[in-house]
Design a protein around this ligand. Structure first.
Ligand code: NAP
Length: 249
C-alpha cells in the first residue's frame, strides 16, 4: 500500500513508542491522529513532530477501557483527517506484580489489563474497519510484547494480555482479509521508554544479558517494522519479534 496521503490513528501516541511510530508514519507520508488519555503535553509534542515532517496531525483523547469512547473517537479522526487507513494499537497499561504473588494480582488489575490491552484494541479495530473497507484497503498493526510469547515480564496479567493480542491479530487477519491486513510487532525491552524505566534495574539488566545481541530493542526498529507492515500487500497474521534476540534461544 502506498503510504503517501494515508491517515493513521496511533493509540498511545503520547507515549515513548507511540511517538516514535507516529513520527515514522509521518516520514512515510501519513497524516497521524495521536491517541492519548492523560498526557496532553506528550500528545502535543508528537503532533508537533508529525507537523514538522510536513503532515497533518491531531490529538484524540480516548480511554480505551471505556467502550462508549471508542466509536466517537474514531469518527473524530475521520472528521479531522478526512479518512482512516491505518490503526496502530500501541496503547497499553501495565503494573509490576511478581509472578509468584498470585494474591497481588487482584481482579481489578486483571480486568483493567485485559480491558486496556485486549478489549480496547478489538473495539478500536471494529470501529475502524468500516472506514477502511469503504476505501477498499486498510492496515491494522498491534503492538504486543515478547512476554506474550515467552512467560515473563511485569505480571502474569500483562503477559497473558499480550498473548491474547497476538492471537487476536491472527483471528482478525483471517476475518478482515483480503482488504485489510492485520499484523503484530512483539518488542522486547525497549531502551529509553517509560515502560522500560519502570522495570527494576536488575531485571532490565538480566534481559539485556540474556539477549543474543546483549542489549535491549531500539524504538526506531519497532517503528520501521510498523511502517513495513503498513506498506506490505502480501503479509498478514504475522508477528515480528524485535527483541535483540531475547526470545528465540
Ligand atoms: N517499552 C517497552 O520496553 C515495551 C516492551 C514490550 C512491549 N511494549 C509495548 O509497547 C507499547 C507502547 O509502550 P511504551 O513503552 O511506549 O509505553 P508508555 O510510554 O507507558 O505509553 C503507554 C501509552 O498508552 C496510553 N494508555 C494507557 N492506558 C490507556 C487507556 N486506557 N486508553 C488509551 N491509551 C492508554 C498512554 O496514554 P497517556 O500517557 O496519555 O495516559 C500512553 O500513551 C505498549 O503496547 C507496550 O505494552 C513496550
Amino acid at each position: 500500500m502506498e503510504l503517501k496521503g494515508r491517515a493513521a490513528l496511533v493509540t498511545g501516541g503520547s507515549g515513548s513508542l507511540g511517538s516514535a511510530i507516529s513520527r515514522a508514519l509521518a516520514e512515510a507520508g501519513c497524516d497521524v491522529a495521536v491517541g492519548y488519555v492523560g498526557n496532553r503535553d506528550g500528545a502535543a509534542e508528537t503532533v508537533g513532530a508529525v507537523e514538522k515532517a510536513g503532515r497533518k496531525a491531531c490529538r484524540v483523547q480516548v480511554d480505551q477501557t471505556q467502550p462508549a469512547m471508542i466509536e466517537p473517537s474514531v469518527e473524530r479522526v475521520v472528521r479531522e483527517l478526512g479518512r482512516l487507513d491505518i490503526l496502530v494499537n500501541n496503547a497499553a497499561w501495565n503494573i509490576g506484580v511478581p509472578f509468584p504473588d498470585l494474591d497481588g494480582l487482584t481482579t481489578e488489575i486483571w480486568d483493567r489489563m485485559m480491558a486496556t490491552n485486549v478489549r480496547g484494541p478489538f473495539e478500536l479495530a471494529r470501529a475502524a474497519v468500516p472506514h477502511m473497507r469503504a476505501q477498499g484497503a486498510g492496515r491494522i498493526v498491534n503492538i504486543a510484547s515478547v512476554s506474550g510469547l515467552k512467560p515473563g515480564g511485569s505480571s502474569i496479567a500483562y503477559a497473558s494480555s499480550k498473548a491474547a493480542l497476538i492471537h487476536l491479530t491472527r483471528c482478525l487477519a483471517l476475518t478482515l482479509a483480503p482488504a485489510i491486513t492485520v499484523n503484530c510487532v512483539a518488542p522486547g525491552l525497549v531502551e529509553g521508554t517509560r515502560m522500560a524505566l519502570r522495570i527494576p534495574v536488575e531485571a532490565a539488566d538480566r534481559v539485556r544479558r540474556e539477549a543474543v545481541l546483549q542489549r535491549g530493542s531500539d524504538a526506531t526498529d519497532i517503528a520501521s517494522q510498523v511502517v513495513t507492515f503498513c506498506r506490505a500487500d502480501s503479509v498478514t497474521g504475522q508477528v515480528a519479534v524485535i527483541d535483540a534476540g531475547y526470545f528465540f534461544h
